[in-house]
Design a protein. Structure first.
Length: 147
C-alpha cells in the first residue's frame, strides 16, 4: 500500500512527519534528498522512537577536517538512547536485540499517484443532467511511504 505523506515542496531537509497508517505510527524523515520511513515504536520499551535525534558518525579525512557523515544515519530513542539505523532499522544495542521495522519512502510525481486511486463504480445509471467539469492535473511531486 502506498501512502501519500506530503508534497515535497512542503517537506524541507531535516524535517520529519509522523503519520498513522493502519494503526501503526510511522516516522518519515528527510535527510538531504533522501527519505526514510521507520516505525515510531522503540523495541526496547515502546518509546516514541521517531521523536529522537538523527545522528551520523563523526569522521575526519584529515586533522582539522571533522564532519558528520550521513552514511549510516541512526536515530536515537528519546527514552534511553538506544540507536537504530534509519534506513534498515538495525539495532546497535547488541546482537540479540531486534531492530525496528523500516519502510520505503521516496518521491513520486503526482500524476503517477492517480493510477493507484480505486476504480469508480460502474453500476450507476446516468441521469439527464450533466454538471460542468474542469480538467484537473497534478503537477507537484509527493513523498510516498510504502507500507
Ligand atoms: S524505550 Fe527506547 S531506548 Fe528504551
Amino acid at each position: 500500500m502506498r501512502v501519500v505523506v506530503a508534497p515535497v515542496s512542503t517537506f524541507p531537509d531535516g524535517e520529519r512527519r509522523i503519520v498513522e497508517v493502519g494503526g501503526r505510527s510511522i516516522g518519515v524523515f528527510r535527510v538531504g534528498e533522501s527519505f526514510y520511513g521507520i516505525r515510531n515504536r522503540c523495541p526496547h520499551q515502546g518509546g516514541p522512537l521517531c521523536l529522537g535525534h538523527v545522528l551520523g558518525d563523526a569522521v575526519a579525512d584529515a586533522p582539522g577536517q571533522a564532519r558528520v557523515s550521513s552514511d549510516p544515519l541512526r536515530i536515537a530513542c528519546p527514552w534511553h538512547g538506544w540507536e537504530y539505523d534509519l534506513d534498515s532499522g538495525q539495532s546497535f544495542m547488541g546482537g540479540a536485540m531486534a531492530g525496528v521495522r523500516s519502510y520505503g519512502a521516496r518521491i513520486e510525481p503526482g500524476g503517477s499517484l492517480l493510477d493507484s486511486l480505486p476504480a469508480r463504480p460502474t453500476e450507476r445509471v446516468p441521469g439527464p443532467y450533466v454538471a460542468e467539469t474542469f480538467e484537473v492535473r497534478v503537477e507537484d511531486a509527493y513523498v510516498v511511504l510504502e507500507v
